[in-house]
Design a protein around this ligand. Structure first.
Ligand SMILES: Nc1ncnc2c1ncn2[C@@H]1O[C@H](COP(=O)(O)OP(=O)(O)OP(=O)(O)O)[C@@H](O)[C@H]1O
Ligand SMILES: C[C@@](O)(CCO)CC(=O)[O-]
Ligand SMILES: [Mg+2]
Length: 392
């Protein structure tokens, strides 16, 4: 093993515009959040691999001898756009995943085992313990699966020696070089493929690089100059699965191609227009008209997302309650429940927070644009999170 112990973190994300359309080759605008997923990897010598994912109540241990039997004959060490079908089939049987059973714990376990065996399968399997704790709500549209996959990919790549842990003595936080980030991102995409089925890659790109970015057909363009936006996040707490929602949109497009294609094109135009307005806001004095346009784009996109079939009555409530205070909201991420975003104007007093809490929703203002995957020294991690990571 190339590391004895390491602690990493990756951010969640909010999609401003382009969710679902991005899966079909359209543009998305996404931004990292100040809520992060933390992972601690520890080398052990007991011949076991243990995973502890307390957010989803998962604590499992296997003997290395058991896991060795799962390594397929053709274990590719290459990163790629396709999963090794033989390994997926074998792991699904091992973990007990059937087609109708989208148990949250199973998907995370499957993603861990897939990345672990793919990275180490051609050599010796190491004995280790991995603990993951997240500040993000899981399965709520804020990219928890991507932050999880990015952390797993980075930690296991470091443990294998494919990349080097960047933290030097006396440093508290460190990042990887561009080349290593590309490798982390490509393995995180494979984790997302396990959890999502058909991801665009936008979520893992934000988890890897952080900041605000434009994502189009696998191309990631960081937006360096963006205005300081105030965004309210609301979690309707309605559970949903990204995998199921993405598959539903695909079915609708296949069923009504001539009806749905213009909707996707319109979402693409919304993302382009939004990017243009955001860029103007960094070059010229910000006016009320800039905000008027951003708000109208949010309203139009929310209608389109309803047309795609990924709305939910709880998200309608969010839009109605915030509009009563003159604020504009849309779902973010896969929809079907989960979280929505509300744009706040500078200096705005947000009475709407109490209205939303009265509806039973969680609601908080977030800061956006935090860093992508990082390695931390234990001193750089908040005490309560460190306690959870060290508990196992
Ligand atoms: N902290 C975590 N620990 C373990 N597994 C996690 C964690 N966070 C996410 N996951 C895995 O990711 C799944 C949720 O992924 P899903 O893509 O459905 O939602 P999301 O990523 O939160 O939202 P979106 O994809 O819309 O942004 C969980 O069911 C679990 O398998
Ligand atoms: C719904 C979706 O567009 C965003 C999920 O955060 C899926 C994806 O891009 O992989
Ligand atoms: Mg996800």
């Amino acid at each position: 093993m190339h590391v004895k112990e390491c602690i990493l973190s990756a951010p969640g994300k909010a999609i401003l515009h382009g969710e679902h359309a991005v899966v079909h080759g359209k543009m998305a605008l996404a931004v990292s959040l100040n809520l992060r997923t933390y992972l601690r990897l520890k080398a052990t010598s007991d011949g076991k691999v243990c995973i502890n994912f307390p957010n989803i109540s998962t604590l499992l241990c296997w003997d290395l001898t058991e896991l060795k039997l799962l390594v397929p004959d053709t274990c590719k060490k290459e990163d790629g756009k396709l999963l090794n079908a033989e390994l997926v089939k074998c792991l699904r049987e091992f973990v007990g995943v059937t087609n109708g059973n989208l148990d949250t714990s199973n998907m995370a376990t499957l993603a861990f085992l897939y990345i672990y065996i793919s990275i180490f399968g051609t050599g010796e399997l190491p004995s280790l313990t991995v603990t993951v704790w997240s500040e993000l709500p899981t399965g709520a549209g804020l990219g928890s699966s991507a932050a999880f996959s990015v952390c797993l990919a980075a930690a296991l790549l470091c443990a294998s020696g494919a990349i080097t842990a960047p933290l030097r003595e006396s440093e508290h936080t460190a990042r990887w070089c561009q080349e290593d980030l590309e490798l982390i991102n490509s393995w995180a995409f494979q984790g997302e493929m396990i959890i999502h089925g058909n991801p665009s890659g936008v979520d893992n790109a934000v988890g890897t690089w952080g900041g605000m970015l434009r994502f189009l057909s696998g191309k990631i363009i960081p937006l360096s100059r963006v205005p300081l936006l105030r965004i309210l996040l609301t979690n309707t707490k309605v559970p949903r699965s990204t995998k199921v929602l993405v598959a539903g949109v695909k079915d609708k497009i296949n069923k009504f191609p001539t009806i749905m294609t213009p909707v996707l094109d319109s979402v693409d135009a919304i993302s382009c227009t939004c990017e243009k307005v955001l860029s103007e806001m960094t070059h010229e004095p910000i006016t009320g008209e800039h905000y008027n346009i951003l708000e109208e784009l949010i309203d139009i996109n929310q209608h389109h997302l309803n047309v795609m079939g990924v709305g939910h009555p709880a998200l309608d409530t969010l839009c109605r309650v915030t509009l009563a205070r003159g604020l504009h909201s849309k779902l973010t991420g896969a929809g079907g429940g989960g979280c929505g975003i509300t744009l706040l104007r500078p200096g705005e007093v947000i009475y709407t927070v109490q209205d939303l809490r009265d509806c039973g929703f969680d609601c908080w203002e977030t800061s956006i644009g935090g860093p992508g995957i990082q390695q931390h020294s234990p001193h750089a991690v908040k005490d309560d999170i460190l306690e959870i990571l060290n508990h196992y």
